[in-house]
Design a protein around this ligand. Structure first.
Ligand code: ZN
Length: 386
């Protein structure tokens, strides 16, 4: 007998109708908001059946424009994920699989579980150079960890990197895992040079409530955290409130906010050129960083994914803009694709966890190269906080 369910961490699907020929499904909206697009479910009892799945409410999701080029992922063991041919007729999203095993999982992108998140935090803290600087509790009593890599000094630049404000953008936490593994394992001269010149402050997952609930964009109060930074509300957006207050105590000389974009088929950067206080110097730094990133890997593209904001028109509710404006520092959003990099396509796996981790490791190269060009911001000091 065929069964479909989402009763696990990050799961999201609603069964409308089920038969051996066709399974009709809906994507659930976020737990406290109307956003929806993420799905992740398992199908049991499908071995040797050509099972056709149909997402009936696909046209009503937050970004339906992403569907025509979308290719969803499946897995038998939740470790190895492969692309499944997917089609969209303007109303429903369809895919099918001739399953080789009794159970198969399907998702919009390779998931990143809360268990894996806990493993990543614990592993990081067993490595030299990594400490838990601070943490905050979310509305659902989960925890956000702020990791400090390296020692603090007035001579060093403060680099802040946060990920997964939008919980469905799991590639962002894969990116952080790649970065942490690269900077914490190994005693390369490059790592030493980096940590002699900079201290890293890293939040691997900004939105565990949304991630566990299987949300697309919002937290436990239905807030899109990346629209909450103008004046983060401690009660409804404790996640961004916590991180922004920590930033004010420590200072920020470079900020990277890691995301995924459902529609645009390559990894790119969105800058903060619309900020009221944006300068020519910041524009030059932005261009330099992108060029160095692209030189380091063909999986990062210098092509602009979003139309640049007009001067002064930047939305200061967005983390990248608010942090750049407040600290007068280089502040960038890094976006990765859900399906593939159209310039370096891989038909079987597309863009996946491995490539996200590789991008996270290689981002240390443009960071290292830009460090001498960054100036310390006015709020940057080495006062220890509790
Ligand atoms: Zn995002």
């Amino acid at each position: 007998m065929l069964r479909v369910d989402d009763n696990f961490d990050g799961g999201n699907i609603e069964v409308i109708d089920i038969s051996l020929e066709k399974v009709s499904l809906n994507i659930k909206k976020d737990s406290k908001s109307d956003e929806k697009q993420w799905f992740y479910f398992r199908a049991t009892g499908i071995k040797n059946i050509r099972c056709n799945f149909e997402i009936a409410n696909a046209s009503t999701v937050s970004y339906p424009e992403a569907w025509p080029t979308c290719s969803i992922v499946a897995s038998y063991d939740r470790k190895s994920w492969f692309r499944v041919p997917t089609s969209y007729n303007g109303e429903t999203l369809s895919f099918n699989l001739q399953a080789e095993r009794d159970i198969a999982y399907f998702a919009l992108f390779e998931p990143y579980s809360y268990e894996r998140h806990l493993d990543l935090i614990s592993w990081s803290l067993t490595q030299d150079n990594c400490t838990l600087l601070s943490y905050c509790e979310t509305l659902e009593q989960n925890q956000i960890e702020l990791l400090q890599i390296g020692t603090r000094s007035n001579d060093k630049k403060n680099i802040w990197i946060i990920a997964r404000q939008h919980p469905a953008e799991t590639m962002a936490e894969w990116f952080i895992e790649g970065l942490l593994k690269k900077i914490l394992s190994g005693t390369s001269l490059q790592n030493k040079a980096l940590l002699d010149a900079a201290t890293f402050y890293i939040v691997p997952s900004m939105n565990p409530d949304g991630a566990i609930a299987g949300n697309l964009r919002t937290n436990g109060a239905g807030i899109d955290l990346n629209r909450s930074w103008l004046n983060p509300n401690k009660l409804t957006a404790p996640e961004s409130h916590f991180v922004f207050e920590q930033m004010k105590s420590i200072g920020v000389d470079l900020f990277l906010d890691i995301h995924g974009d459902e529609d645009i088929p390559y990894a790119f950067i969105a800058g903060s050129e619309g900020n009221p206080s944006y300068t020519k110097e910041l524009a030059l730094l932005d261009t330099f960083f992108r060029a160095q990133f692209n030189k380091a890997t063909p999986d990062f593209c210098v092509e602009n994914g979003y139309k640049a904001n007009l001067p002064g028109a930047g939305d200061l509710r967005i983390a990248c803009n608010q942090v750049g404006e407040y600290f007068n520092c280089l502040s960038l959003t890094i976006e990765m694709p859900f399906t593939d990099n159209k310039y370096q396509p891989n038909k079987i796996e597309g863009w996946n966890a491995q490539r996200s981790m590789a991008l996270g490791a290689v981002v240390l190269t443009p960071i290292r190269n830009i460090l001498p060009k960054l100036t310390k911001t006015k709020n940057s000091d080495c006062t220890q906080i509790n």
